[in-house]
Design a protein around this ligand. Structure first.
Ligand SMILES: Nc1ncnc2c1ncn2[C@@H]1O[C@H](COP(=O)(O)OP(=O)(O)OP(=O)(O)O)[C@@H](O)[C@H]1O
Length: 220
């Protein structure tokens, strides 16, 4: 679960998050939409613990982020949250499997390579394990990034424009992976500017100038 209370963030004189109070329960699939500059990425970064310069409260899985040391927050992020970005952020000199295994370096407990292979299988890329990212299509790269995000078995997936670099058809295939993950219990919070992508989520929260202007509500 993710809960924010009176979340406020400013860049100089500009308020980019303005009294945002949102409750997202475990197992929800939520799209955050809004015009460019409305605060979507900023929202994702603060609730994901990537940016600590805000006012207000954020609770993730029943733990307030403000009370955590930087180290404790990093550990919580590694254990409980998976991140997927528009630009995939893969390392070209490593194999696909090595990219998927990267979070294992930061994990508290050891994670076997078989887990990485299992996840590659889940995203339909087991036969590409030894390839390098430059040999892959955009959609395949995003699948690798999803497998990497899942390595530490997070309960929440935070995705920033995950289909933004892909054509419509490939984007929809990536969305079907998120839908399957959500159906098996994963909480998915996804930022997108594409309405056809947002439609596939079960709840849509719309930002305008840092404020929530509509929220389709908690899915039944
Ligand atoms: N590091 C920064 N310094 C100053 N202003 C920033 C910084 N990062 C973002 N902003 C401003 O904060 C506002 C919100 O930006 P944010 O990236 O959250 O919007 P967004 O809705 O995700 O937009 P987009 O769809 O274009 O990615 C914008 O006005 C942006 O210019």
């Amino acid at each position: 679960m993710i809960s924010t209370q009176n979340l406020q963030k400013k860049y100089g004189p500009d308020t980019v998050l303005d009294q945002v109070s949102i409750q997202i329960e475990s197992g929800e699939f939520v799209a955050v939409v809004g015009a460019s500059g409305s605060g979507k990425t900023t929202f994702l970064n603060v609730v994901g613990g990537l940016d600590r310069t805000y006012e207000g409260q954020i609770t993730v899985n029943d733990q307030k982020l403000e009370g955590l040391s930087d180290k404790a927050l990093a550990q919580k992020r590694n254990r409980e949250l998976g991140f997927v970005f528009q630009q995939f952020n893969l390392l070209d000199h490593l194999s696909v499997l090595e990219n998927v295994m990267l979070p294992a370096f930061f994990a508290a407990e050891s994670i076997p390579q078989s887990r990485g292979l299992e996840l590659l299988d889940q995203v339909g890329l087991k036969d590409k394990a030894q390839d390098r990212p430059p040999q892959l299509s955009g959609g395949q790269k995003q699948r690798v990034a999803i497998a990497r995000a899942l390595l530490s078995s997070p309960s929440i997936l935070l995705c920033d424009e995950p289909t933004g670099s892909l054509d419509k058809e490939t984007g929809l295939q990536i969305m079907s992976i998120f839908q399957e993950l959500n159906e098996s219990g994963m909480t998915v919070l996804l930022v997108t500017h594409e309405e056809h992508v947002a439609k596939l989520a079960r709840r849509t929260i719309r930002f305008e100038a840092g404020k929530v202007i509509s929220d389709s509500g908690t899915a039944p």
